[in-house]
Design a protein around this ligand. Structure first.
Ligand SMILES: Cc1ncc(C[n+]2csc(CCOP(=O)(O)OP(=O)(O)O)c2C)c(N)n1
Ligand code: SF4
Length: 272
């Protein structure tokens, strides 16, 4: 049973939620709430934005200032909010489809601008909400409703994508390590700049069912066994790393942040 403090961040009037029993998205929501509590954030100054998808339902369930926007476009809305009210804490919760398919362009440009928003990408390797179509993170050879012979497209590495596009904080963990998720989300919110925390999770209903991981616990055990800490991964060969999930902080750097640059180079100049 969550503590009263955690529950104060949950819109209990929206319960029961729509998530399938055992879906990993709830674990990530708990990690996010714990991070917000540990940072002593206030609900009135905390914005949680989302697009559309099972993962994106999270914005509706969190008792803060929330925005459930359009599929793939939540970073555009979040950018507008942050530019207008830079003092707010802005978190954007996204699915892998939302973030890297229809929203891929918004994602890379938010990384490039380095705007102070924390993006939590819930990567379950599939479009969960709409029936299990392959997404840009579906691994080669996996079955999805749109890949009846196995996926042939190479998958995106979300962390490498974020790093290459310029995000100032990039980390990955899985739902099998919720404390690490909480720590990375905390670090991401604290970072002045665009932060990306990829949390590898499962959709047992749409992905697991077709790929020999039908039960939530099978996915959880798979993540535990497949995870490799970054320091160890750096000593392993590409063959040894095949199929493994490298977890750790990949980027943590201080570079100019967009709302500060906008204030200094645009607003201050316009006002003289
Ligand atoms: C513009 C637009 N295109 C397509 C859809 C249909 N749609 C809704 S959710 C979704 C995919 C969700 O997958 P993901 O973002 O990975 O989240 P998940 O459900 O797996 O958590 C799609 C294609 C939509 N709502 N709006
Ligand atoms: S369909 Fe998949 S992603 Fe959506 S709630 Fe069910 S298990 Fe979770």
């Amino acid at each position: 049973m969550p503590s009263a403090e955690v529950l104060s961040w949950v819109r209990t009037r929206f319960m029961p939620h729509i998530w399938c029993p055992g879906c990993g998205h709830g674990i990530i929501m708990h990690s996010l709430i714990r991070a917000l509590i540990s940072l002593k954030k206030e609900r009135a100054n905390t914005v949680v934005a989302s697009g559309i998808g099972c993962s994106s339902r999270m914005a509706g369930y969190i008792n803060a200032c929330t925005l459930h926007s359009t599929h793939g476009r939540s970073l555009a809305f979040a950018t507008g909010i942050k530019l207008h009210r830079p003092e707010l804490t802005v978190v954007d919760v996204m699915g892998d489809g939302d973030c890297t398919a229809i929203g891929g362009n918004h994602f890379i440009h938010a990384c490039r601008r380095n705007i102070d928003i924390t993006a939590i990408v819930m990567n379950n390797n599939i479009y969960g909400m709409t029936g299990g179509q392959a997404s840009p993170t579906t691994p080669i050879g996996s079955w999805a409703s749109t890949t009846p012979y196995g996926a042939i497209d190479p998958a995106f590495d979300i962390c490498k994508l974020a790093e290459g596009a310029g995000a100032s904080y990039v980390a990955r963990t899985t739902i099998a390590n919720p404390r690490q998720a909480e720590m990375y989300i905390t670090n991401g919110i604290k970072k002045k700049g665009f932060s990306v925390i990829e949390v590898v999770t499962h959709c047992h209903t749409q992905f697991g069912r077709k790929n020999n991981r039908r039960l939530p616990i099978e996915n959880y055990n798979f993540f535990k066994e497949a995870s490799v800490p970054l320091a160890k991964a750096q000593t392993m060969s590409p063959e040894e790393l095949s199929g493994r999930i490298v977890c750790g902080e990949f980027v943590n750097k201080d570079v100019p942040e967009y709302t500060e640059q906008y204030q200094k180079h645009v607003i201050d100049k316009v006002r003289g």
